[in-house]
Write a protein that binds this ligand. Structure first.
Ligand code: ZN
Length: 346
């Protein structure tokens, strides 16, 4: 089988399409013939070496990629609830199931976790080995491409907006970096929840696409990097109830100043930088609520897949690349020339 493997961190050019042996199926595993791969910015960070230790000491070469959907082609001897031919998507965060975090219902902060595409070979290969409990079945209406485009983005958005921010109908949400895969999913989940959405993005074309997706007010952050006053004007001076932040350092300071008293900011990314300064006086006076948000849980992913099967959520796919051209998809994402998700079919 073929696998795109990273031979050294530092550049997309260090990915090579290697011929490798198919993985052996352990007793609790399934083997998945990967049919669709969703590309994620965290993979670019791993490949470019921007997060030291990100592959957790994993020796290279390795196959990155956290998001894959496909069909089960082999089942381990102890697996009773998956069968050859099942259509599945991979939940990449392999929690232990027995630690305090897992037992409290927060498998996303499990400290014993393994990670598909980080600590073990991931989505960028034709056949992947996955513990059966992390191969989540797909209902028939959900295509492999849809699953690969929605699983990480929409489940992340759900965890941020619904589980942490407890977003309610009629509330105002500011989504910074709204045209990214995670940003667009945030727009979709916020609209499903009945919220009113203000989105920032970096080009007229991206703003046009966001309007089509139901964003009521769009702001070009290249023209207005300090968008606080603009957001306050849109909300009649009241401020937003929730900020869903994707870029990180560049957008958090102005975004915090758009919050109404007791408004909630959810931290979702750090592509623009890993440290940000806070106006502590404003934060204390307005009783800001700030949530970190790390991935999602399997019940949340199943809920996202149910909504997709019902037609309530439709993936926004920017472009589709064949397996052989996977690095081209990564380069497109690196150029930020994207609205929604880039999918690779295998
Ligand atoms: Zn655990």
């Amino acid at each position: 089988m073929r696998a795109w493997r990273l031979h050294a961190v530092g550049s997309i050019d260090n990915l090579r399409l290697d011929e490798v042996a198919e993985p052996a199926c352990g007793p609790d595993d399934v083997l998945i013939r990967v049919r669709a791969i969703g590309l994620n910015s965290s993979e670019l960070q791993l490949i470019n070496g921007e997060w030291e230790g990100y592959h957790h000491g994993r020796t290279l070469p390795m196959a990155p990629g956290i998001e894959a959907a496909g069909e089960v082609i082999a089942v381990g001897e102890r697996v009773a609830d998956r069968a050859v031919g099942d259509r599945v998507t991979v939940h990449y965060w392999w929690s232990c199931g027995v630690c305090d975090q897992c037992l409290d219902g927060w498998e996303n902060t499990c400290l014993q976790r393994r990670q598909f595409g980080r600590t073990v070979d991931g989505a960028y290969q034709e056949v992947a080995r996955v513990p059966a409990q992390f191969a989540i079945p797909l209902a028939d209406p959900v295509s492999f491409e849809a699953a690969a485009a929605l699983s990480t983005a929409a489940a992340t958005a759900w965890h941020m907006l619904i589980r942490h921010a407890a977003l309610r109908a009629g509330e105002w949400v500011l989504i910074t970096g709204a045209s990214s895969g995670i940003g667009v999913a945030g727009v979709q989940v916020a609209r499903l929840a009945g919220a009113r959405v203000i989105g920032t993005a970096g080009s007229p074309e991206k703003l046009r696409r966001l309007r089509e997706l139901g964003v009521q007010h769009v702001i070009d952050h290249r023209e207005e990097p300090d968008f606080t006053r603009h957001v306050l004007a849109i909300t009649g001076g009241r401020g937003v109830d929730v900020v869903y932040d994707v870029p990180g350092a560049a957008t958090i300071p102005p975004a915090l100043l758009t919050l109404r008293p007791r408004g909630r900011l959810v931290l979702g990314g750090y592509m623009s930088g890993k440290t940000a300064s806070l106006d502590l006086i404003a934060g204390i006076a307005k009783e800001w609520r700030i949530y970190g948000s790390a991935t999602w849980t399997r019940p949340e992913l199943r809920h996202i897949l149910d909504l997709t099967a019902q037609g309530a959520l439709t993936p926004v796919i920017d472009s589709v690349f064949p397996f052989e051209a996977l690095p081209e998809g990564l380069r497109k994402m690196e150029r930020r020339d994207v609205v929604g998700k880039i999918v690779v079919t295998a």
